[in-house]
Design a protein around this ligand. Structure first.
Ligand SMILES: C[S@@+](CC[C@H](N)C(=O)[O-])C[C@H]1O[C@@H](n2cnc3c(N)ncnc32)[C@H](O)[C@@H]1O
Length: 214
């Protein structure tokens, strides 16, 4: 289910600052060569991520779920001078693809790629983050949030993608639908979390915006 009518999305895209040449090429190349290209953030969401990052002006960013590097490149646009973005993905086959575009974007010294299971890599990254983007396996969102919370500065921002899960959150998910169950559990967890101020933004597939208040 597309939450936004296609024509509205196309209109919004036309009236948004165009993708850079590198992002346009990465978008096209991902659709031509990589499985499940719908996973890529794309022009509108990428622009929102870039916008938020440029407002936060982070020194350290964490992303869980690199895929082909589109969102990492967008998020890195807001980094302070000397800032770094750590991005994690367990799909080793996408490492070189993403690296190529990170290099084309001139961000090879700003973006550090980690290859492996997010839950295993997270404890090894010794940083305090200003901005985090959760965009990997949905069944582990609560787990990742808890792992990340202690590494987040007070006032730090966490963004989590796909929190409407194509509208499936409206009905009780099937017992074997681990991803939908994970998203529903995450949304409830965040709503009830005492150390978070949040907004579930019904944009694209749903983006949860969270600020650490505790
Ligand atoms: C939705 S895609 C990320 C899209 C990307 N953030 C973007 O906007 O272009 C999700 C990615 O998470 C990765 N992933 C899934 N489970 C993971 C895990 N347990 N540890 C690390 N990466 C994982 C997948 O390999 C996939 O590339």
């Amino acid at each position: 289910m597309d939450l936004l009518p296609k024509e509205i999305e196309a209109y919004a895209s036309q009236f948004t600052t165009p993708e850079t040449d590198v992002l346009k090429k990465l978008n096209r190349d991902t659709h031509a060569k990589v499985l499940r290209p719908r996973m890529l953030s794309g022009h509108l969401q990428g622009s929102l991520l870039s916008f938020i990052s440029r407002m936060v002006k982070p020194s350290r960013i964490l992303e869980i779920g690199t895929y082909t590097g589109y969102s990492a490149i967008c998020l890195a646009e807001g980094l302070q001078t000397g800032g770094l973005l750590h991005t994690i993905d367990h799909n080793v086959e996408l490492e070189e693809f993403a690296k190529h575009y990170i290099r084309l974007a001139g961000l090879e010294h700003r973006i550090i790629q980690h290859i492996g299971e997010a839950a295993a890599i997270l404890p090894e990254i010794d940083e305090e983050f200003d901005l985090v983007f959760l965009d990997a396996d949905k069944e582990n969102y609560v787990r990742y949030f808890d792992m990340v919370y202690g590494k987040l500065k007070k006032g730090g921002i966490v963004l989590a993608d796909n929190v409407l899960w194509s509208g499936k959150v409206l009905n009780k998910p099937e017992k074997n639908d681990k991803e939908a169950l994970g998203i529903v559990a995450f949304n409830e967890y965040i709503r009830d979390h005492a150390g978070v101020r949040n907004l579930l933004l019904p944009f694209r597939d749903g983006l949860m915006l969270m600020e650490k208040t505790g």
